[in-house]
Design a protein around this ligand. Sequence first.
Ligand code: RNT
Ligand code: ZN
Length: 412
Amino acid sequence: MGYENAKAAFADWGVDTDDAIKRLGTVPISMHCWQGDDVVGFEQKTGSSGGGIQATGNHPGRARNPDELRADLEFAYSMIPGTHRLNLHAMYMDTDEAPDRDEIEYRHFEPWVDWAKAQGIGLDFNPTFFAHAKADDNLTLSHPDAGIRDFWIEHGARTREIAARIGSELGSTCVNNIWAPDGYKDIPIDRMAARQRLEASLDAMLAVQHSPEMMRDAVESKLFGIGVEACTVGSHEFYMGYAIRKGTLLCLDMGHFHPTENIADKLSAVALSLPQILLHVSRPMRWDSDHVILQNDDILAMAHELVSANLLDRTFIGLDFFDATISRTAAWVIGVRNMQKALLRALLTPWERLRAAEDKLDFTARLTLTEEFKDMPFGAVWDEFCAGLETPSGLALINELEAYQAKVASRG
Ligand code: RNT
Ligand code: ZN
């Protein structure tokens, strides 16, 4: 169906497709750099990725250095409609020096900022509390050894300073997200002591105030990870309380809860207590497996809540998955586009009609409306959105993705 016909079909339901297209074009998605190289990073030293977040697979084409990663990113962005962001981890420094994590400075990341300026995109940032000898026990900010805690506090404090500088250089707020793997494989004796140590370390790390225009802190909880099955120190309750008390963002990663929990349901609940939220949109398959996101019910429900609860303006949308069994650039492109497609569906929803049915307790009408609406020509509106931003879709997209993968497949 052509766009004009689709537009008329949506208009029958009281939905303006042009408005939806316009709004979708203003929503940036923060694309995670770590899908491009299987969460390895560019530090001089080698080591396992650690923290229970190893990518699986050995598809050819992994980016081995910052230049390759940037080339892959540029290609991926050219296949995604709109202007987006890059989410960088501290382990992705671009420098000939070999600073340890407690020695990193802005200059070690400057090439990324220069590149972001040239691309016209914003950057987000993360301290890296894994893939390091001092994190081998899966204890960092909550380690019983004060020396190890101080090392990681210094790392975190430096990332905040770097994030603030990045934000001011680019004129775009940089979200600095804190995720630490801390936990215990088997049942701990003193959970409280570990949580008190984590809290004190976070307080020390966040002691310096940075302009909220330049950078914002986020904290990310987790239910469990490989190697920390019995207890994760930074659990959901821990970080939710912390974020509310300290005024940081709360990061909700869709893989970090019990597999049957509805993460979308949490948005309106936490938004009553928190001014801003960060999302790590992911697809957990039976556990925190970080599969590439699909246009499935979970993602559609997230988008539904973001639009229905009017949270788009106070939610930072980041992606977090890593699959090394497929083309890494295709993974990025498909993942970001799926997030956008889910948002488009939500923006094209006849909210007033649905709310009216719900408020009248007419659940039959609500069900009939949502199910009939599923057959609307969303694809035609998506194609119009892509065409307007000169981005391919359908077979043209597939050809481009295949051609790029063929180009990078010879990387060793
Ligand atoms: C790990 C967290 C965290 C990481 C990235 C690399 O379980 O989800 O967000 O995936 O920081
Ligand atoms: Zn995450």
